[in-house]
Design a protein around this ligand. Structure first.
Ligand code: GTQ
Length: 346
């Protein structure tokens, strides 16, 4: 490949004249913005241990009252991007949020999309768009763009959940903002039951108005788990025992920018994944897993989380000879597909 001219090959007076006109020569930077073959990535493969993070999160509960935090979150930050950027990958933000008994995180809405994956504790709930969504371990609760949401806790013990947002991308596009609001009136609860039987959905024919843009906001873990066990039993040869969290009215990804799925690794199973353009996040719901990517191997225990960059193969392994492992996965594939840059490399 041809070596191109450098900035300091150019006379200083010429560079100053360019700068005075807000002009920049392309050729000294061409290879760095269009690197040959594979993109440059800041995203590193990183693991966050729940055992290491939990005491620090509990300490945040002692140090900072909820009124002073609004959302009491420790952000899982990828050092490859710089910790202060609060990014797990180019498009993914991850945070562990703590809510103590009796606490209240007030209503707001914002342009980034969020989901919560409940990690521990009973008795908390989030109200999204007037729907009260109880939180139990492994449940996935959506907070799509523009919907009001607030969190409350009527239980006895700390509740922790993993927040996954597309905040880095929305911030980058200069479209990230929030609006504060009043406590919501609850107009419904557990509307996901409307979609609990595959293939039948509420009929729009005799009802006024159309289906909500985001008809299903809560995906109970008990249902996703039994779908995985059923798939493993019904199709023992299936390559990956994986279910996607989708919009049950359209069958599309449940949110616009990030994709979410749950994977079961059978006892002893090794699952090689090809190099794909999106970065991924793995969070263990039950069991244990080894994640190998980019010359790193992470051993994940329940509630541990890791991320992997795009364009590298990833191998997942369940080291247990007797117990299945259940993993929550978030990735950037809806974004890449919409942008037309999605790739799978053989
Ligand atoms: O719970 O609404 O981790 O607004 C970051 C921003 C959680 C939330 C985060 C948020 C929230």
């Amino acid at each position: 490949m041809q070596e191109l001219g450098r900035l300091d090959d150019l006379p200083l007076a010429y560079r100053e004249s360019l700068e005075a006109q807000n002009l920049v020569p392309l050729w000294p930077s061409l290879r760095s913005v269009l690197p040959p073959g594979t993109p440059a990535r800041r995203t590193q493969a990183v693991k966050w241990s729940y055992a290491a993070l939990r005491p620090l999160l509990i300490q945040a509960g002692e140090l900072t009252p909820i009124e002073k935090a609004e959302r009491r979150v420790l952000v899982l930050s990828n050092p490859g991007h710089g910790l202060e950027k609060m990014q797990a990958s180019a498009a993914i933000y991850l945070g562990m949020q703590l809510l103590l008994p009796g606490e209240w995180a007030p209503a707001h809405k914002h342009t980034p999309n969020a989901v919560r994956m409940i990690v521990e504790g009973e008795g908390a709930y989030t109200t999204v768009d007037g729907e009260k969504c109880p939180m139990h371990r492994g449940d996935l609760i959506l907070t799509p763009t523009g919907l009001w949401h607030e969190h409350g806790h009527d239980g006895e013990d700390p509740v922790v959940w993993l927040d996954v947002l597309d905040l880095p991308l929305v911030y980058y596009t200069e479209t990230s903002y929030a609006t504060e609001g009043q406590e919501q009136a609850v107009t419904g609860t557990r509307l996901e039951r409307n979609y609990a039987r595959g293939g039948v959905v509420p009929s729009p024919v005799f009802t006024r108005g159309s289906a909500r843009t985001y008809p299903m906001l809560r995906y109970p873990w008990a249902d996703a788990r039994s779908a995985l066990l059923n798939l493993a039993e019904a199709q023992p040869d299936v390559e990956a025992v994986q279910v996607a969290y989708v919009n049950p009215e359209s069958g599309n990804d449940c949110q616009n920018i990030l994709g979410f799925s749950a994977l079961m690794l059978r006892p002893g199973e090794t699952l090689p994944l090809p190099a794909r353009s999106p970065a991924m996040v793995f969070h263990v719901i039950e069991g244990g897993a080894e994640v190998c990517a980019d010359d790193k191997t992470f051993s994940l225990a329940p509630a541990d989380t890791c991320c992997t960059p795009g364009y590298v193969p990833v191998t997942l392994k369940n080291p247990s000879p007797s117990e299945p492992a259940f993993i929550f996965i978030a990735d950037e594939s809806p974004l890449h597909k919409k942008l037309g840059v999605y790739e799978v490399r053989a």
